[in-house]
Design a binder for this molecule. Structure first.
Ligand SMILES: Cc1ncc(C[n+]2csc(CCOP(=O)(O)OP(=O)(O)O)c2C)c(N)n1
Ligand SMILES: [Mg+2]
Length: 1030
């Protein structure tokens, strides 16, 4: 009894205000005779007397009145308002109606109304019953998923009301629906009685349960709603505020008989279930003590993915990019991507030697790229699974970025040819914030991939934690609601239901190009991995799981009972697949060497030699011609469209740029313009993304001009450089670092021929994207043998702005560089390139616009790709000395890894008493102080522009040049931060430890900078004093 009552309570009608929001459809509004109504459905201002008030055929009319009233009570006549208020307040039949005030103001009008009502005494009940039935239908649509039989174990309590969770609590068998009906009256929510069950009701336009019929008896209405919403599929969609989309979903699930499969389709499904199940069993037999994070308990994931891919391929998708966690990954590789089984099996052989440099990664993290024929669509499709770190969900934005890039490169502006699928675990989907950040990219113009299909392996556990402790929302999927994505919960023990929702999900994506979620409610037959004992922590759940018949077993029993397959055929199919596995296993023993390169998720055809090496080991000059500099400079100084009014302040900035061009100099912004513009001209796509990058946090960039008179009219001069240039994308991002940096990393992965940059608003904000930096950027090549040329622009510098906004934390990046501080490398002719080739990333702090220009161009002109970390300036953006002549950017010029002193000190080096090495903005403070103290001849100031890989060769040139000088490292950062710990041992190694290396800089500190301006200046003076105490 308790169970039933709860069930009915869950279908309590939604309150008026809430209901109105989503069901009301926009219809033309007409004001006539003082009453607002909707056209053309019915004109409410017609004389009441001429209306057949509340007779049995007027339910549409009543329905419209009701919806109009729900939207706003003033939309309807006062009499309706009173009636609906009374009815909603539960006033007994016959009492809800009150005489309306006369419309015409005459007694005659009133009399005719009263006569009509008096003649129809049961009309009120009829209206109330229709309204109740409509509410009931709506309640099923809104809340039917709460009572659907989603959990194969029968233990979940998704509804999470206050009652304790108990086995079997949520599920009600269809055979009980009569019982449930009886409760409708007992509960009193709908006011319907058992005697109403055989009454016929008109169906509203918001349901498809009628099929071709427009009326049905209540009993049948409920039966069909139960079938549509309360079986093995729970559809969560009524929060979507788009009527067309809601109707589309209702039609997909309510239409009678819509979920039917042909025997052929069922046999294909069975074949997929066999592969999925027997693959795990095979691995278990061969390597029973190996971790593989098997799929047991969610074997229907494989047909789920295959269905999505088949359907998408049929609708024109040519490339699918997938991201997924550990669970079932090997199975997906084998049976969805179709990686050769022997390549998977040989990963289990610990005796194999690694052929590639780098650390490699465990087998359940590796990626894959494969093009093959899709048998259902008869079209080629490329499937790639992105390699990923252990960090759950971190790969989500990376997949999105790669998908966006592939769409971009093939001109797929609507996402019809390239799509992404993301798989999630239930605990991670609910717990990891990156999921939310990624969802919020889904509809932004420069980040959308036009709909991702999310599949959640909801095994109702995360490692040892059950959902009651793992999330505060009823479902693990609630995060998807923020973007109005429909959520299809499905009992994964019903492969046909799984296949059905996956078909619908793929169609949804193809129709609306919006995200959608498939929640596979399943269980995990083993522990977290195959070595774990789940009974320690989930004893009751696992007692239940032990009793659970495998899904394949259940499915084959069903199909044999239906006569779709014979036992013999089934056993043959099983034997056939087992044999495939055995043969591959035998072949796998012949593999002697493990090639991680076979597991590349993003090959760059043509970029490397066939052996995967760079085509050469040199980098041409990164300079460009005077004409190009002038041309790009003039574009940067202009508004290249007609009738476009820019802000007066911006006019001055552009004029200033024009002046610089005529004087042949660049400031920082212009240097960047030159780099981007020249690369674009050479056909290299440039994409700059991050918070407020279009203007630039420091209002120096202005890559997007806004017409001051026309809303949304913009101009991007960078796209007017040359008719055959590559397109330039500059996009303000959402306020996310983790998501957006991951996205750009993925974008950069798709092609080596693009300069992809992410700029942090201030350098320190990169730490909320630390996972992308540590797990992908720093170590990605070592783990997954794939290169990436992403550029991070991190504004950095102690400007007295307080602890935040000051430090981009150079020490962290430098600490993760893979070069040895104590080994002086062989200083060969191609040392500089070799070093770049061997490093895990490049870290620079440029002190001049020309050097910034060169390092950006080198990023593309060098024959391999490495991540580039640039600490960018703030005050230097406008510093009068931080300008570069065109001479430093002409053909023949290069990026300077070290900028030697070129003043009096360099002219007479033997007289120099001190050599100060430094990096970045502090150079300008040092040279000013040196001048003030008259020490230009005695102190040389040398800039190390490329911190890592460390320019041992050039530093040695400098130390050799000044044999009588003592050496000192000066930085404005605190001693335990900045570059000191990285640079000092390397300088010492360079000079073979023959001279000490002193320090001038701020004392060690916990915070990156003081919040007090006076203290800031005092600290500055103090370390300048130390630097010049010669
Ligand atoms: C960011 C992150 N935190 C913690 C972990 C450790 N960890 C690995 S698997 C796991 C449980 C994941 O549960 P769920 O997402 O439900 O996936 P399942 O293993 O159940 O398939 C945890 C906590 C991790 N891999 N990543
Ligand atoms: Mg889980």
């Amino acid at each position: 009894m308790h169970r039933l009552r709860t069930t009915v309570a869950r279908l309590r009608p939604a309150v008026a205000a809430h209901t109105a929001q989503s069901i009301s459809q926009p219809r033309p509004l007409v004001v006539k005779g003082g009453l607002r109504t909707f056209q053309p459905l019915r004109c409410l201002s017609a004389s009441v007397a001429s209306e057949p008030f509340l007779n049995a055929t007027s339910s549409n009319y009543v329905e419209e009145m009701y919806y109009a009233w729900l939207e706003n009570p003033k939309n309807v006549h006062k009499s309706w308002d009173i009636f609906f208020r009374n009815a909603n307040a539960g006033v007994p039949p016959g009492m809800a109606y009150q005489s309306p005030p006369p419309l015409s103001g005459t007694a005659q009008g009133l009399a005719s109304v009263q006569t009509l009502v008096g003649a129809q005494p049961n009309m009120e009940k009829l209206v109330a019953d229709h309204l109740a039935v409509h509410s009931l239908i709506r309640a099923y649509q809104v809340r039917g998923h709460h009572i659907a039989k989603l959990d194969p174990l029968d233990i979940s309590c998704v509804d999470f009301d206050d009652a304790p969770c108990a086995v079997g609590f949520q599920n009600v068998d269809l055979s009980h629906y009569n019982e449930r009906l009886c409760n409708l009256t007992l509960e009193g929510f709908y006011g319907l009685a058992e005697s109403d069950l055989d009454k016929v009701f008109r169906l509203p336009t918001t349901t498809f349960i009628g099929g071709t019929e427009s009326t049905l008896p209540l009993r049948e209405i409920i039966r069909r709603l139960e079938l549509a919403y309360c079986q093995h599929i729970g559809v969560e969609f009524m929060f979507i505020n788009d009527v067309e989309q809601c109707q589309w979903i209702r039609q997909k699930f309510e239409t009678p008989g819509i979920m039917q499969f042909s025997p052929e389709e069922k046999r294909t499904l069975l074949g997929r279930m066999i592969r999925s199940t027997r693959f795990e069993e095979f691995l278990q037999r061969k390597w029973s003590s190996e971790k593989r994070f098997g799929l047991e308990g969610c074997e229907s994931l494989i047909p789920a993915l295959k269905t999505i891919i088949d359907k998408s391929s049929q609708s024109g998708v040519e490339s699918v990019i997938m991201g997924m966690p550990h669970r079932g990954r090997l199975n997906v590789l084998a049976n969805v991507i179709r990686k050769e089984l022997e390549q998977i099996f040989c990963q289990f052989d610990s005796k194999l030697e690694a052929a590639d440099e780098g650390s490699g990664d465990v087998k359940y993290h590796l990626g894959m790229y494969h093009k093959r024929m899709n048998r259902v669509s008869d079209k080629y499709i490329t499937l790639s699974l992105m390699a990923n770190p252990s960090h759950l969900e971190a790969v989500d934005p990376v997949v999105q970025g790669k998908t966006k890039a592939e769409q971009f490169y093939c001109g797929d502006i609507e996402g019809k040819r390239v799509m992404s699928i993301l798989l999630h675990g239930d605990a991670a989907f609910a717990g990891q914030g990156i999921v939310y950040e990624t969802f919020h990219l889904s509809d932004l113009p420069s980040y959308t991939t036009h709909g991702t299909i999310h599949v959640v392996v909801n095994n109702q556990i995360g490692f040892t934690t059950d959902p009651r402790m793992a999330r505060s929302s009823p479902y693990p999927t609630d995060v998807a609601r923020v973007v109005n994505a429909p959520i299809f919960h499905v009992n994964a023990d019903d492969p046909e239901a799984v296949m059905y929702v996956c078909n619908v999900a793929a169609e949804w994506r193809n129709t609306f190009h919006k995200d959608v979620v498939v929640d596979l409610v399943c269980y995990r037959r083993n522990g977290h991995n195959e070595m774990d004992e789940p009974m320690f922590t989930q004893p009751l759940m696992y007692k239940q799981i032990k009793k659970q018949k495998g899904v394949l077993q259940k499915f084959v029993e069903k199909l044999t009972a239906e006569g779709v397959v014979t036992t013999q055929k089934y056993e043959e199919e099983v034997a056939r697949y087992d044999k495939i596995c055995e043969e591959a296993y035998t072949r796998s023993k012949d593999e002697k060497i493990l090639h991680i390169k076979h597991w590349l998720d993003s090959p760059w055809p043509g970029f490397f030699t066939l052996e995967g090496q760079p085509k050469n080991m040199s980098c041409p000059s990164t300079g460009i011609t005077e004409e190009e500099l002038k041309h790009i400079g003039n574009i940067a100084a202009s508004v290249p469209v007609e009738d476009f009014t820019i802000h007066g302040g911006l006019s001055r900035i552009l004029k200033g740029r024009g002046n610089m061009v005529s004087q042949r100099v660049c400031d920082w912004a212009l240097g960047e313009y030159m780099a981007f513009g020249s690369l674009l001209k050479e056909g290299i796509h440039v994409r700059l993304s991050g918070q407020d990058v279009e203007r630039g946090t420091f209002s120096h960039r202005h890559h997007v001009l806004h017409d001051q008179n026309v809303d949304k009219r913009i101009c991007i001069p960078m796209n007017y450089i040359s008719p055959d240039q590559a397109p330039y994308t500059v996009c303000n991002s959402s306020l996310s670092e983790y998501g957006v940096l991951g996205f750009e990393l993925g974008f950069a992965m798709a092609s080596p021929n693009a300069l992809v940059l992410w700029e942090a608003q201030f350098g320190d904000f990169h730490n909320t994207a630390q996972c992308i930096i540590d797990q992908f950027i720093s170590s990605g090549q070592a783990k997954w043998v794939r290169q990436n040329g992403i550029v991070l622009l991190l504004p950095h510098g102690m400007e007295g702005m307080g602890p935040e906004h000051s430090s981009a934390r150079p020490e962290r990046f430098l600490q993760m560089c893979n070069d040895d501080p104590e080994v002086l490398p062989k200083l060969s002719d191609d040392f500089a390139m070799r070093q770049l080739h061997d490093c895990n990333w490049i870290v620079v702090n440029c002190s001049t616009p020309a050097n910034y220009f060169h390092v950006l161009r080198r990023q593309i002109l060098q024959p391999f790709r490495k991540p580039l970390i640039i600490f960018t300036p703030k005050s230097l953006l406008r510093h009068p000395e931080a300008k570069s002549s065109f001479d430093d950017m002409l053909p023949g010029t290069h990026f300077k890894r070290v900028i030697p002193d070129d003043g009096p000190a360099a002219a007479s080096p033997e007289k120099v008493k001190r050599v100060i090495f430094c990096s970045g903005k502090v150079y300008y403070e040092l040279t000013r102080e040196r001048k003030n103290r008259g020490l230009d001849s005695e102190v040389a100031v040398i800039r190390i522009e490329q911190l890592s890989p460390f320019p041992f060769d050039l530093v040695r040139n400098e130390t050799d040049r000044y044999p009588n000088a003592d050496l000192l490292w000066c930085q404005e950062e605190h001693k335990n931060q900045g570059y000191y710990d990285y640079v000092k041992p390397r300088i010492r190694t360079t000079i073979n430890r023959t001279r000490p290396v002193g320090y001038a800089g701020r004392e060690p500190a916990a915070a990156p900078a003081t919040g007090n301006k006076q203290t800031h200046l005092m600290e500055l003076q103090r370390f300048l004093d130390t630097a010049f105490d010669v």
